[in-house]
Design a protein around this ligand. Structure first.
Ligand SMILES: Cc1cc2nc3c(=O)[nH]c(=O)nc-3n(C[C@H](O)[C@H](O)[C@H](O)COP(=O)(O)OP(=O)(O)OC[C@H]3O[C@@H](n4cnc5c(N)ncnc54)[C@H](O)[C@@H]3O)c2cc1C
Length: 381
């Protein structure tokens, strides 16, 4: 699929790689240790046009394509997954605003999350509704011209940072004739009275990306903060999920590539029993597998992204690419630690930090089990 990469895609790769190695790599360990959101890096990514690359120029985006954005995430995650996660989560909020927002909503809430002055979040998951997203409990009631929101969300990426802006949350607004919940999306700006944060969640991966619990207690937003049609919330969010799977797969590909390159470097430097590690066949086979998986994951992801850019169906390809890339990234992170021996479990070594990052990828945007359900359902249809 490399023949599909234009000169412009190669230029994107080059400029993101330069940015990631110069501006992110030197801070990656500190961000991991401090579990800090990289505000200054985020701003720079915005100035370089990475935060809004595939979004309309009319609202501050770059007017680029999704294949280009896939490359951006791959290259950033090759160096540090957490920064790439922030771009990915921001992009899901941006897609909802871009696809369903009014002109005013886009000016006010989309523009700042595309140009890097703010970061957006999406709040769907609740303590009792993750994979089973239709089971959310948070409610919104229209009272005196304002939506009154009550409930809670958990595991929300990009929340609680100093530049967090709009949070797009899903809430129950009624009951459908068939008895199912009617769910709508709302824009809740950070700082709205009645919207508070619970504890900052501490994680084994994605540590530089902030994750909080959100609480809504009689949190009132104006009537025009409903996003799109009433009752279309779950449909809107699920329509972004396949794109999100390409993006999570790109993060996995970055981890695969990073694990491979670090392993190769280490094997050429470190000796045991009077030989370089590179001379041991047991380790040679591990890097051969990593390179093979990275190549296959890249083809699958670029294919899914190119299909999206061409306006073709891509959900099945996105699920397969996400499933394959994330599981192979987990395997690569595991084997890269093995190749590094004791050093591999020291957190100053990026291969150790990639281990937790890879694990999260198998869970978010539809777990591996959910991807297998989707893929097999389509096969058996
Ligand atoms: C670091 C992090 C960041 C996140 N960021 C966000 C965010 O920004 N916004 C947001 O809304 N959410 C976010 N999430 C939530 C994420 O999307 C959910 O964790 C994910 O959807 C899984 O839901 P769950 O944790 O409730 O697990 P569950 O749904 O409880 O699943 C538990 C296990 O059961 C399995 N399982 C569930 N249903 C089935 C089934 N039908 N058949 C077979 N197996 C099944 C799952 O595969 C899994 O192995 C984040 C999560 C993490 C960890």
């Amino acid at each position: 699929m490399h023949h599909q990469l234009s000169e412009q895609h190669e230029m994107i790769r080059e400029s993101v790689r330069r940015f990631a190695e110069k501006e992110i790599a030197p801070h990656a360990e500190r961000l991991w240790e401090e579990e800090a959101f990289p505000y200054s890096i985020w701003k720079q990514a915005g100035e370089l046009g990475f935060t809004g690359l595939p979004y309309p120029e009319a609202y501050g985006g770059g007017g680029g394509d999704w294949l280009g954005f896939t490359i951006v995430l791959e290259e950033i995650a090759r160096v540090d997954c957490a920064v790439a996660v922030s771009l990915m989560a921001n992009s899901t909020a941006a897609s909802l605003l871009a696809n369903y927002g009014t002109h005013e909503q886009k000016q006010r809430y989309l523009r700042p999350i595309l140009d890097g002055s703010q970061v957006g979040c999406i709040g769907l998951t609740e303590p009792n509704a993750g994979s089973d997203a239709a089971n959310i409990q948070t409610r919104a009631v229209l009272r005196d011209g304002r939506w009154l929101i009550n409930g809670s969300k958990t595991f929300i990426s990009n929340s609680g940072s100093e530049v967090t802006g709009p949070v797009v949350i899903a809430a129950v607004t009624g009951t459908r004739p068939d008895g199912r919940k009617e769910i709508s999306n709302f824009i809740v700006p950070d700082g709205t009275p009645g919207f508070t944060y619970g504890k900052k969640l501490r994680k084994i991966g994605w540590r530089g990306s902030t994750t909080f619990e959100l609480f809504f207690e009689d949190c009132a937003v104006p009537a025009d903060h409903l996003l799109g049609e009433m009752g279309a919330g779950l449909k809107q969010t699920l329509a972004q999920v396949s794109t999100g799977r390409i993006l999570i797969g790109s993060l996995a590909l970055g981890i695969l590539q990073g694990s491979l390159e670090r392993s190769l470097r280490y094997m050429k430097e470190r000796s045991a029993f009077g030989k370089l590690l590179a001379e041991f066949q047991a380790l040679q086979f591990k890097v051969a597998d990593m390179a093979t998986h990275a190549h296959a994951a890249r083809l699958m992801l670029y294919d899914a992204a190119a299909r999206k850019d061409a306006g073709q169906r891509f959900d099945q390809q996105a699920s397969m690419a996400k499933l394959f890339a994330t599981e192979k990234a987990m395997e690569a992170a595991h084997q890269a630690i093995q190749i590094h021996g004791g050093n591999g479990v020291m957190t100053e070594y990026p291969v150790s930090r990639a281990f937790g990052d890879a694990k999260v990828l198998e869970i978010v945007e539809g777990t591996s089990e959910i991807q297998r359900m989707i893929i097999s359902r389509e096969l058996l249809r």
